[in-house]
Design a protein around this ligand. Structure first.
Ligand SMILES: [Zn+2]
Length: 722
């Protein structure tokens, strides 16, 4: 951090200091490492070696103040609005806050403790109010609107026109055209929602951190493979139960237990613990919070002139409206439920044959599904796992990236780039000519304070309009860390997730645009999962498996016979997977189509699932009280359908490869990169897809992929763009 930047940071804050409180903040800001432009190699990297929780609040406040000052300069400009002095100026503004929010986001999602939570509770409503302060700035909106009106005749490039459209649309959708009273109410709602989202997330995290199954007796691990035993022992050690075993209340601990444990009573116990997160009464119960969120969202949608929150959220997506999203979900739901009936019948037959004397319940599904897989496909998941070494598969992903994208990954010397936790590693990514493409951070292991699941982040988007800025992306997951020096073995599904998140990273790394707001993964919600899902397919290619799926003891590649069995079983359990997911997606959409009525989440969930004909043997992948996608932000609200929507594109895009020269067909890969991966949001996604495929995607490929009957009169309308 240079002295110059210190002074600049302080100067900006000082001009805005109007109260004693703000002045006090300035003093802190002066010494705040989060405010300086990132220094070091690669065009600067996040200052994780200096970042501390106590820096977050003052840095956020100074960043907001700086951005408001920048916007004041834009609106005070006496010249008529131009792209350069308005839209481009907006793209330039808020850089300090962007950097601070990156670090803040990392603390929130991966280093979350009491101190971070206190900052979140305080800052969430302030950040919401700040955002409204910008979209409700009338002078600013006038300039943006003027640009929007003349965008087609101002000599703008197509990217500039789309960016102008995006600014205008986002402002209008956020209430820029409302009267003063409505704007005031809107801002109140947004601040309340921000606080409720924070509370919701913290409650889920509390139940995940605080509840666990402690196993004292090794005999109670009956059925668990070695990797799950080691994992449980490691979790126990990290939670002061050394010498025992702990099943943490997170998906990565719970799912292997449900799959393998022979102890039906313990499976039920673990299952209940997991599906009741956020639904346990007491201080961490989310039900009342959900009711309030839904009512505020409904009120906001009406204020903004939309029928429901779902209509508002879907307006600028590929689906365009809830009806088209529902049509796709319903087209898949019925065959998926029919498949579940077949799967349950197969499982029940095995249970009966074994004389178990049970009826299949939700805590039995994964366990008996494994037995069916063995019986029907002679495939045992525990046979696969010894070949699924995390670090080898990561190398496999790099190989894929090199073959398809021309990207080369090289580990970064840890002394050159600081990380926020010793488990995090960094790679630099170069193109075939050796030019820097960006950085890839990898944070693979579960730990307390890290949110569950897997995700990708862009710490810094690619851009070029003011100088060539390289992107920094990260992949995060929750693999259970093994003993030191021992390889981490993961399931086939986890390996698919690894490739999925890496697909998001490659989407970010491939970005080749001018403006950061339309860069990388900043695309429509129901389109963003397409690049990531499509990359999942490469895991199962012989080129990856033969080279990288190596046995952790013998080093031998996975036998072809086992690969054949995996391929042969690739439509196995699709009923379960689809219904588990789709029930959550349907509940999400229906909750947000229900309008302003006061909703009791448990009752709504029960009744809606009843009317959908939800199989009693399956529970939603995310029950309402723990549905982070939907209630931790507006993010995937009325948007969980996006995975299915994207999968129609994914399945169809994969067929473009199989119809041509196969997965490694360079011409198809190039079309995919040119029209999808590299363009960000500079073009309409439907146009991008059409340019890649030569037509729109129908539903046929999706149904084939999942092994469901392809409808006689295939219904392309459901997945079509326009
Ligand atoms: Zn994803």
């Amino acid at each position: 951090m240079s002295l110059k930047t210190l002074i600049a940071g302080a100067a900006v804050a000082a001009t805005l200091a109007t109260t004693a409180a703000a002045s006090a903040t300035d003093a802190a800001a002066t010494a705040n490492p989060l405010l300086a432009p990132w220094s070091g190699p690669y065009g600067g990297v996040p200052p994780f070696d200096q970042a501390k929780v106590e820096h977050l609040k003052p840095a956020l406040e100074a960043g907001m103040a700086e951005q408001l000052a920048e916007i004041d300069r834009i609106t005070a400009n006496p010249e008529a609005p131009t792209f350069e002095n308005t839209i481009a100026a907006m793209e330039r503004a808020g850089r300090t806050l962007d950097r601070v929010r990156t670090v803040y986001g990392i603390f929130s999602s991966t280093l979350n403790d009491e101190a971070v939570q206190a900052v979140e509770r305080e800052m969430a409503p302030k950040l919401a109010a700040f955002s409204d302060q910008i979209t409700q700035n009338e002078k600013l909106f006038e300039r943006i609107a003027a640009m929007y009106e003349t965008r087609e005749k101002s000599g703008l490039t197509p990217e500039q026109q789309r960016l102008t459209w995006l600014y205008y649309t986002n402002f209008v959708r956020a209430g820029a055209k409302l009267d003063a009273a409505a704007k005031k109410r809107l801002s109140e709602i947004n601040q309340q929602l921000a606080s409720l989202y924070t509370k919701f997330s913290q409650n889920v995290l509390a139940d995940e951190n605080n509840e666990q199954l402690v196993i004292e007796n090794e005999a109670d691990l009956a059925g668990l493979p070695e990797s799950a035993r080691t994992g449980a022992a490691q979790v126990a050690e990290s939670r002061v139960h050394k010498g025992k075993w702990v099943i943490a209340n997170t998906r990565s601990s719970v799912e292997p237990f449900l799959t393998y444990s022979e102890r039906r009573d313990l499976r039920e116990k673990v299952w209940r613990m997991f599906v009741n997160r956020g639904d346990n009464g007491g201080a961490t119960d989310n039900n009342a919070i959900i009711t309030e969120i839904l009512q505020l969202r409904a009120e906001r949608a009406r204020l903004l002139g939309y029928e429901t929150h779902a209509h508002w959220r879907l307006e600028n997506t590929m689906a365009k409206n809830p009806q088209r999203a529902m049509a796709l979900m319903e087209a898949v739901w019925t065959p998926a439920v029919a498949r579940v009936r077949e799967e349950v019948a197969d499982m029940q037959a095995i249970a009966d044959k074994e004389g178990a004397g049970i009826r299949i319940e939700p805590w039995d599904y994964r366990y008996y599904a494994e037995k069916v897989r063995k019986a029907k496909y002679d495939l045992d998941e525990t046979e696969i796992t010894p070949y699924m070494q995390l670090e080898n598969l990561r190398e496999g992903m790099f190989y894929m990236a090199q073959q398809l994208f021309g990207f080369h990954f090289k580990p970064v010397d840890p002394s050159k780039v600081s990380v926020y936790h010793p488990d995090v590693r960094v790679w630099e990514v170069n193109d075939p000519k050796g030019n820097l493409v960006g950085l890839w951070y990898f944070d693979p292991y579960a730990r307390k304070g890290k949110r569950s699941g897997a995700w990708m982040n862009a710490y810094r988007p690619q851009e070029r309009f003011d100088g060539d800025v390289k992107t920094i992306v990260s992949n995060n997951s929750n693999f259970v860390k093994g003993k030191p020096g021992e390889p981490v073995l993961i399931s086939w599904k986890d390996a698919e997730t690894l490739f999925h998140e890496f697909g998001h990273a490659l989407h970010g790394l491939s970005s080749n645009v001018n403006y950061p707001s339309v860069s990388g993964t900043r695309v429509a919600r129901d389109y963003v999962e397409f690049p990531s899902q499509v990359l999942e397919h490469w895991l199962a290619t012989p080129e990856i498996l033969n080279r990288y799926a190596l046995h952790y003891q013998t080093g031998k590649p996975i036998p072809q016979a086992l690969v054949d069995k995996i391929m042969n079983a690739d439509k196995f359990n699709q009923g379960f997977d689809t219904v588990e997911y789709l029930s959550s997606a349907l509940i999400d959409m229906k909750l947000h189509l229900a309008g302003a009525q006061a909703i009791d989440p448990d009752k709504f969930e029960r009744e809606t699932l009843g009317s959908l004909g939800m199989p009693s043997e399956i529970v939603m992948r995310h029950r309402t009280p723990q549905f982070m996608h939907v209630f931790s932000s507006d993010g995937y609200s009325a948007g969980y359908y996006s995975y299915l929507w994207s999968d129609t594109l994914t399945a169809d895009a994969w067929e473009a490869f199989t119809e041509a020269g196969g997965p490694w067909d360079r011409a198809v890969a190039k079309r995919l990169i040119d029209n999808v991966f590299s363009v960000g949001n500079t073009i309409d996604p439907a146009d991008g897809y059409r340019a890649f495929r030569g037509r729109d995607a129908g539903i046929d490929a999706l149904m084939r992929k999942r092994g469901f009957p392809v409808p006689a009169a295939a219904e392309p309308a459901a997945a079509k763009s326009k």
